[in-house]
Design a protein around this ligand. Structure first.
Ligand SMILES: [Zn+2]
Length: 251
């Protein structure tokens, strides 16, 4: 298996990425697939290694390290339209707390604000060297929560990998919503089900059984097989939707 999965935080990053790794929790990062380094370049440059950082959503545990990473690497940062303002403000203005949204402006709830270089739309296809990823805005957890899909080649078969943005229900759903949050979740369940995912990962390792899958990989002949898990993918979506429906029914 090459390219995308090898560069995902599933595997230990090397070189300059390591320093930022402690803060760059679950950041979906594309580096140079040959050198394993990221270097300064401009978007649109026809280079094999365009340094570009993409992440899943604006929460501190997924965006808190972006400014540090940006400083260390010089990488550009592209964020979905829905989350861009929140990320650029270091988390201020997030909708999680509903009517208590003003609390997100307090300094101790914020993270170092990175520079957002570009805002992409739902469905954007982003090419970096040999890797092409497609953005699927699966909003609800945050207004611009972004899942990513990308093909992964394993010898003569091509598999589709999907990085799911979180489907955890934010407190805003019970406290008071951000506009359209219910419709956003409904759309997100539909979007994710429609993707023919073979391999999936999520913003938190436990959600997709990373540890279990890596252990299993050491025991089987086909090292890719433990990661092919469409059932687990659908189960994750089903379980999130069930929690969502239950919460709505209880309200
Ligand atoms: Zn989150």
């Amino acid at each position: 298996m090459e390219a995308a999965v090898g560069q995902h935080p599933l595997s230990a990053p090397t070189g300059p990425l390591r320093r930022a790794d402690a803060l760059a929790v679950s950041i979906f990062l594309i580096g140079c697939h040959t050198s394993q380094h990221i270097r300064r370049a401009t978007p649109g440059e026809d280079a094999p290694c365009l340094p570009l950082t993409l992440n899943s959503h604006a929460h501190f545990d997924h965006a808190g390290g972006l400014a540090t990473l940006q400083k260390a690497s010089g990488a550009r940062l592209w964020v979905s339209q829905g989350d861009a303002d929140i990320v650029a403000a270091g988390g201020a203005g997030g909708y999680d707390l509903g009517p208590f949204r003003f609390l997100t402006y307090l300094w101790f709830l914020r993270y170092p604000a990175p520079r957002v270089d570009h805002r992409f739309k739902d469905g954007a296809t982003i090419r970096v060297g040999p890797v092409e990823v497609t953005a699927h805005v699966t909003a609800g957890h945050t207004p611009g929560c972004t899942s990513w899909s990308f093909p992964v080649r394993d010898d003569d078969r091509e598999l589709l990998a999907v990085h799911i943005c979180s489907l955890t229900l934010p407190p805003a759903l019970s406290l008071g919503e951000y506009p359209g949050i219910r419709a956003d979740f409904e759309r997100s369940f539909r979007t994710l089900r429609s993707l023919p995912a073979d391999i999936w990962v999520a913003a938190h390792a436990r959600e997709f059984g990373r540890y279990r899958k890596f252990l299993e990989r050491a025991r089987v002949a086909d090292r890719v097989a433990p990661f092919i898990d469409r059932e687990g993918y659908l189960r994750y979506i089903d379980s999130a939707e069930e929690t969502f429906r239950k919460l709505l029914a209880d309200q």
